[in-house]
Design a binder for this molecule. Sequence first.
Ligand code: AMP
Length: 448
Amino acid sequence: MGRPKKTKTGVKKVGKRKNPLQSVRGMHDILPVDQKYWDHVINNFVDTIDPFGFQKIETPTLERTELFARGIGDETDIVSKEMFTFTDKSGDSLTLRPEWTAGIARAYIEKGMSSLSQPVKLFATGPLFRHERPQSGRYRQFHQLDLEVIGDKNPIIDAQVIFLAWKILQNIGLKDIEIQINSVGCPECRHEYNSALASFLSAKKNRLCADCKKRSKKNALRVFDCKNEKCQSLLNDAPDIIDSLCEECHNHFKIILEYMDELAIPYNLNSKLVRGLDYYTKTTFEIWYKGSKEKPVELALGGGGRYDNLVELLGGRPTPAVGIALGIERIVDLLKEEKINISEKNKKTDVLLIQLGNLAKKKSLHIFDNILENGIKAKEALHKSSIKSQLRLADNLGAKFAVIIGQKEVLDGTALIRNMQSGIQEIVSADKLIPEIKERLRNYKKDK
Ligand code: AMP
C-alpha cells in the first residue's frame, strides 16, 4: 500500500480511491418510503413504555474511548475489534458509541442522577456504530430502541424490562417472539465459574482458535462469544454456569422465572447466553423472532441484562441496573418481509386544501396558514395543479373534507367545501371559511 500521501485538501490517501457518491460500507440511508415503518416502530415503542414512567435521554454519539474499554471490557469483540475509534485534533481518543449502556451510565454519574428518586428509568433511540462484516441484517451503522432502569436491584425490574421488550414487539405486530434467558452470576460466582471453564478448556486448547486460546486464560467466559463453529462445538460439554451460581444469584434468577411464568411470556433457559459484554451481572437475555409454523425464522431482535457493577466501575456509587436494546433495522426488515399492517398515524388528515390556477395558488399560502393557525389538521398540495390528482391525494390522505379554491372563488371571495365521502360541494364565504370547516368537522364526528 505504501505510505499515505497527503492531497491538497489535507486528506490522507490510503489504499484505493473510493467513490464519494457511494455510501460508506455498512451504512445506509433511511429513505422517505421507509419512514412509515420507522415511525410505526418508534411510536409503538414510546406508547408502550409511557405508562411505566420512562424518560427520554439523548447522549452524544461520540464518547471517550476509555469509557467503552473500561465499561464493556478489553477482551470483548466490540472493544477489541469493532469500534470506530479515532484521535481528534487535540489528541484525545474518541469512539462512535457501539452501544447505549456505557454512555447512559456515564450521564447518570456525571449529571448526578443518583440524587433523583430511584430507580431512574430512561429510554433512548438512535444510531450506533460497529465495524463488523456487513451482511443481511448486520450494518456498521444501525439503530436501537433502548431501555435502562438504573438504581434498583429487585428481580421484578428484570422481569418488567423483559416483559416490556416482549410487549413492544407484540404491539409493533411481531407476535412470534421467544425469550432466551440465563444468569452469569456476580463477580464472585463468575470467578469460580471462569476457573472451572478455563480448566475445562485447557484440555482442548490446541483445538481453540487463536483468540479463544487467549480468552481461555484471561477471561474464559468470552469463549462463548466466538463465532467460530469449532470453538462452539468444543463448548458442548462445558460446565453449566447455573450450577456455579451463589445463593443470592440463584434466588434472583429463580424469582425472575416465577415472574415470567406469571406473565405467561414464552422463554427458554440458555446457559450459553453470556452476551459479549463484561459488564453483565446475574440476568442476561435475548429476544428472538421465531416466525410461524409454516415459515419458521430464527432472528435475534434484541438483548440485554443486569449490570449491577457498571456504574461503580465507571466511578459512581454502587448502583444496580438493568437494560435492554432492540435492533430497529431488523424489526423494520421483518415488518416488510412478513407484510405486517402498520398504522400511519401522521399520514391521516382532516382537510386538504386544493387550489386551481396561479391566482388561487398565491392566495392559498395565506389561507393554508390561517387553517393551521386555527388548529385544523390539514395538508396542502401546492406542488400539484390538476383537480384530479389533488382529489386523489385527498382520498389517499383520508381527508374528510377538501377546501377548493379556484380563480372564480378568489374573485368572488368564496371557497368550496367538498365532503370527500358524499362528494357534495358547498359554497361558503371566504370570511367564514374557518367556522364553516370547524362546524362540518364537529358534525362529521357526531354522524360517525
Ligand atoms: P447487542 O447490542 O449486540 O446486544 O444487539 C441488540 C440488537 O441490536 C440485536 O439483537 C440486533 O437486533 C441489533 N444489532 C446489533 N448489532 C447490529 C448490527 N451490526 N446491525 C444491525 N442490527 C444490529
